[in-house]
Ligand binder design. Structure first.
Ligand code: ES4
Ligand code: ZN
Length: 326
């Protein structure tokens, strides 16, 4: 109880969060009805039964289906604002939100609809909830580099609303080097490069994300533990890993929370942050990730404080903005 209180009160930033992954089953049904979309599931309970995953691809198949109920600017606004309300309740003071434009533009939803809905909610949440946010536009790695280039082009009129680019979706068979040119072009446009790497993919993919894509932060990165030289390099470059414990157990990247490498990572000197990834699908918001991992790994208050401190320190906020939170 003492630890739960401590966690709830701790000011935190969330650095690894897919807005499409915050779509709770209840809102999913509401939006399906609002947009006259027929779902494969008859009820919220039935839908929830489908949330059992053997691997990342299993999850992605359901996640893309879920996202298909998002049609209008209002839908994206409601989705985002409802996540930001949860941030306020958990004392998440700052969040760096990933969105996948291609998940929507592929279905005929305009880029503009997506970004306008999301960013209006962010503006309102700053004013009404005092939660700050910034946006990370993620390229889907199962699609071609040409497709990512189209997305980059579509984003340019909205450049002032986007801080960084990311790389997500099916990792195996889609190495970072596939996106070398589009990351170079994104950096030229002023976007900060980030990428998922080493969630299911090998350490070589993390090396590529560092050396070819020039990323500034590693999403997941669990598999760096298989390569001591890589661990040394990540520490030398002072790069953080955005670790997602409940995502890792839900997708069977880690068998049991008790065997989660988080504590080992901290002991090795890696800078890690805790994150919820896709909370509507993985069984818990950010504070639940803190609570469950604290219990499973017997983390101390000092460990928890360090994780929360890292979340501000390795955020994309300016040094001045960080000062107000640290
Ligand atoms: C994702 Cl957990 C995870 N990994 C890769 N891509 C994703 N997109 C949404 N969640
Ligand atoms: Zn992710």
């Amino acid at each position: 109880m003492i630890m739960i209180n401590y966690i709830n009160k701790l000011p935190k930033a969330e650095l690894h969060l897919h807005i499409e992954g915050t779509l709770e089953p209840e809102l999913l049904f509401t939006l399906a009805e609002r947009n006259n979309i027929k779902l494969k599931y008859d009820s919220v309970a039935q839908l929830k039964l489908a949330y059992q995953f053997d691997c990342l691809q299993d999850f992605l198949d359901i996640y893309y289906q879920g996202a298909s109920v998002l049609i209008t600017e209002q839908d994206f606004y409601d989705l985002t604002y409802s996540y930001l309300q949860k941030c306020a309740e958990q004392n998440i003071r700052h969040t760096e939100i990933m969105f996948d434009p291609q998940t929507h533009t592929e279905r005929g939803v305009a880029f503009e609809t997506v970004i306008n809905g999301i960013s209006m909610a962010c503006i309102d949440a700053k004013e009404k909830l005092n939660v700050s946010s910034l946006l990370i536009m993620s390229y889907l790695r199962h699609l071609s580099e040409d497709d990512a280039f189209k997305t980059l082009e579509q984003s340019l009129p909205f450049k002032h609303l986007i801080t960084a680019v990311g790389l997500d979706s099916s990792e195996k068979g889609n190495p970072p080097s596939k996106f070398k040119k589009v990351f170079e072009a994104s950096i030229k446009e002023g976007y900060i490069p980030l990428a998922h790497a080493g969630e299911e993919g090998p350490p070589e993919y993390i090396w590529e994300a560092l050396d070819v894509l020039k990323i500034k932060r590693i999403d997941h990165g669990n598999n760096c533990l298989q390569d001591q030289l890589l661990i040394d390099e990540i520490i030398k470059r002072d790069m953080a890993l955005t670790v997602c414990p409940l995502s890792n157990t839900a997708l069977q990247v880690v068998g049991d929370l008790k065997n989660h490498p988080l504590k080992k990572m901290m002991e090795l000197g890696l800078k890690v942050t805790l994150n919820s990834d896709d909370p509507a699908y993985f069984g818990g918001q950010l504070n639940q990730n803190f609570i469950e991992v604290q219990k499973a790994l017997n983390l101390t208050k000092e460990d928890l404080y360090e994780l929360a401190k890292n979340s501000f320190q390795y955020s994309l906020l300016s040094d001045k903005e960080k000062q107000t939170n640290l």
